[in-house]
Write a protein that binds this ligand. Structure first.
Ligand SMILES: Nc1ncnc2c1ncn2[C@@H]1O[C@H](COP(=O)(O)OP(=O)(O)OP(=O)(O)O)[C@@H](O)[C@H]1O
Length: 278
């Protein structure tokens, strides 16, 4: 297959209408040895299908806690989460529903790749647990590598890749089971500024081409305004939604949008609201 046919095939198989996320009265208190830690006050948030929402807030305000609850990795102390209209947590044992988990892909700050596995085998890892055969795993890994611009690195090992390329592998791996929602926890926080800019452009393209719903956590005000349809600003711990800012710059945005006076106004306003805590 040529690069363009791989890309077309990837597009046709990976365009999945994003699901909505509904967060109602969701709060989290951790049971710690020194006593309970209230990380997030009861919070409401409706994310529209295919929307790009960025969670922004000071360190410790509960951004990761909220994202991990959306991913089903930890359960809320109170409230309900729905993914595509279905409850994420159903039973009394606080275990997430299997079909809801199938709709979710997660990208962490660290790519967490297996150094002894080639790029394609890292991308295809989640398919192994599902018992999918080698040829199909490789075909789907090739498609996803094409989507993130790594088609020429399938047989490389992680140590042969730059930090940005490793994170692209992690994004491809998160998409391999065709989730409708991508949850990203400071995915570019460890990258240098130029790599981060190019990853923001890549992510915007990926989001526009695949139609997924994305919720991304960041500390960077300019990254938030560049990427988001809406920026959800959380207050200091215990976190609560302090403000929601609509960002209406036309898509696709290029990096020059940062020079727009309104971009400066938005980032300035958010910086003021954060009070130097970002
Ligand atoms: N497992 C845990 N047990 C006890 N307290 C926790 C646990 N995980 C997080 N916390 C506390 O909950 C609060 C919120 O943490 P969380 O990681 O969600 O914040 P955050 O906004 O993502 O922070 P950062 O921006 O620094 O990553 C913090 O005070 C943190 O110390």
């Amino acid at each position: 297959m040529t690069d363009s046919t791989i890309r077309e095939s990837a597009m046709s198989e990976n365009v999945i209408a994003g699901d909505a996320i509904s967060v109602r009265g969701v709060g989290k208190t951790y049971a710690a040895s020194a006593g309970p830690v209230q990380a997030l006050l009861p919070t409401d948030l409706e994310v529209r299908p295919g929307e790009f929402v960025v969670l922004l807030g000071p360190s410790g305000c509960g951004k990761t806690t909220l994202l991990r609850m959306l991913a089903g990795l930890i359960s809320p102390t109170e409230g309900t989460i729905e993914i595509g209209g279905k409850p994420l947590f159903t039973g009394r044992d606080a275990k997430p529903a299997r079909d809801a988990l199938g709709s979710l892909g997660f990208v962490f700050q660290a790519p967490n790749l297996m150094p002894w596995r080639k790029v394609w085998r890292n991308i295809a890892l989640p398919l192994e647990a599902k018992g999918i055969g080698r040829a199909e795993r490789k075909r789907r890994a090739e498609e996803l590598a094409g989507l993130v611009g790594l088609e020429d690195f399938l047989d490389h090992y992680p140590k042969q890749l730059s930090g940005g390329m490793q994170q692209r592998v992690a994004i491809a791996r998160a998409l391999i089971h065709r989730p409708s929602i991508l949850l990203m926890d400071e995915p570019f926080g460890a990258l240098d500024a130029m790599t981060r800019d190019s990853m923001n452009l890549l992510l915007q393209r990926l989001w526009q081409e695949t139609g997924k719903t994305i919720v991304l956590v960041t500390h960077s005000i300019s990254e938030a305004v560049f990427l988001a349809d809406r920026v959800v600003l959380l207050s200091q711990r215990p976190g609560r939604v302090q403000d929601i800012v609509e960002v209406d710059f036309a898509r696709p945005r290029d990096l020059s949008v940062a020079a727009d006076a309104r971009f400066g106004e938005m980032t300035g306003q958010l910086r003021k609201q954060l009070g130097g805590h970002a």
